[in-house]
Design a protein around this ligand. Structure first.
Ligand SMILES: *Cc1c(COP(=O)(O)O)cnc(C)c1O
Length: 394
């Protein structure tokens, strides 16, 4: 088989070789438990401290505001459930959007079954939450606004600064799922008035199974895992030292390379978008044209099934996604594509391609060439397409 063309970096990324090198000694050489007293364990403790320092520096917060978790889903669950519990006496209302990741949506649905009220905001055709809608839905009993930084399916970047300002003015806590944005776009939690932020290492060339939750100092946070005193008694369990060390390194590399990478990926992404829209008829770009993640392109092809496109791309060694990895295997169209107003049939015919700085122009051209041929082939098998052609040639 020819070289694999991996265009599913929003699902997960390859671990950077320098990250692997950073992690290895904590499996083999410095395997001590960071909580142990002897100096050998100090090496593990130092690794955890160093990583926390890098991450706090990246977000513009204090090291004491970073809690390591097992990933983005855990961070989202913890943030939302914790606020719901701690601020129950103030109110029971939560504001979120219809396009959140399931880690947020399903947590809100769980709370809604347990006495909380949740407002799911609509988004515009580009997938953007309107800040005025956020403001209009705030009630006296609102305790939390949770809106994602950037969407994992369509790449749209949300107006986080405006939402942060509104939350602050109304004295409501603001959490953002920034799993897709951290390491891709600059984030300063103080400047944006973000009270809590979720991130995950494997979306930025770090290992899987490690993430963090930033929690602004002064917020009442309940323990997510009860047990030992790790993570300032809030998240018990022996630290994932190799994972934490790897995450720190991945963050360091992401920060150093952010500008150059964003420029490179944006140019390739735009080349991909321009070619697909120009060369494949009856195609639409989903998500905002410019306010989007540098590495994300999401298309809807009329008269085809996204799953069929994926399977045919896979036969040529090209990895993409329809909807998100979490929903693949389900036949429901993506909730995000429905929320931006796509009818069911168009939502079914969508394809997400997400690049990395290792993606080449040749990879993109090979992919577009393949898409042109296979979409035409699929359309020629589609009765809907046949009807469409007939009706238009009359
Ligand atoms: C991947 C992702 C998550 C889940 O993170 P995990 O570390 O895989 O649990 C949550 N939110 C968004 C936006 C994501 O892209």
């Amino acid at each position: 088989m020819s070289k694999l063309i991996y265009l599913d970096n929003a699902a997960t990324t390859a671990v950077h070789p320098e990250v692997v090198a950073e992690m290895l000694p904590y499996f083999t050489e410095f395997y001590g438990n960071p909580s142990s007293i002897y100096s050998f364990a100090g090496k593990s403790r130092q690794a955890v401290d160093a990583s926390r320092k890098i991450i706090a520096g990246a977000l513009g917060c204090s090291e004491k505001e970073i809690y390591f978790t097992a990933g983005g889903s855990e961070s989202d669950n913890w943030a939302i459930k914790s606020i719901a519990e701690s601020y129950r006496s103030k109110g029971n209302h939560i504001i979120t959007s219809k396009i959140e990741h399931h880690a947020v949506l399903h947590t809100c649905e769980y709370l809604a079954k347990n006495g909380y009220e949740v407002t799911y905001l609509d988004v515009d055709g580009d997938g953007r939450v309107r800040p005025e809608d956020v403001e209009a839905s705030i009630r006296p009993e609102t305790i939390l606004i949770t809106i994602m930084f950037a969407n994992n399916e369509i790449g749209t970047i949300e107006p986080i600064r405006e939402i942060g300002r509104i939350a602050k003015e109304h004295n409501v806590l603001f959490h953002t799922d920034a799993v897709q944005a951290v390491g891709q776009v600059p984030i300063d939690v103080k400047e944006y008035n973000i009270d809590m932020l979720s991130a995950s290492s494997h979306k930025l060339k770090g290992p899987k199974g490690i993430g963090f939750l930033y929690v602004r100092n002064g917020i009442k946070l309940t323990s997510f895992i009860h047990g030992g005193g790790q993570e300032r008694k809030k998240r018990a369990g022996t630290e994932n030292v190799p994972g934490i060390a790897g995450f720190g390194k991945a963050m360091e590399i992401a920060l150093e390379t952010m500008e150059v990478r964003a420029e490179y990926e944006t140019e390739l992404r735009d080349h991909l978008i321009e070619r697909v829209l120009a060369e494949i008829p009856h195609t639409k770009l989903n998500g905002h044209r410019t306010d989007r993640l540098p590495n994300n392109a999401n298309f809807s092809f009329e008269f085809v099934e996204g799953e069929s496109v994926l399977i045919m791309l896979d036969m040529q060694g090209i990895c993409g996604s329809s909807g998100s990895a979490c929903t693949s295997g389900s036949l429901d169209p993506s909730h995000v594509l429905l929320a931006i107003g796509l009818p069911h049939e168009k939502a079914h015919g969508s394809l997400r391609l997400t690049l990395s700085d290792e993606t080449t122009r040749e990879d993109i051209d090979t992919t577009v060439d393949a898409l042109k041929v296979l979409i035409e082939r699929l359309r020629n098998m589609s009765p809907l397409y046949e009807d469409f052609i007939k009706n238009n040639s009359k």
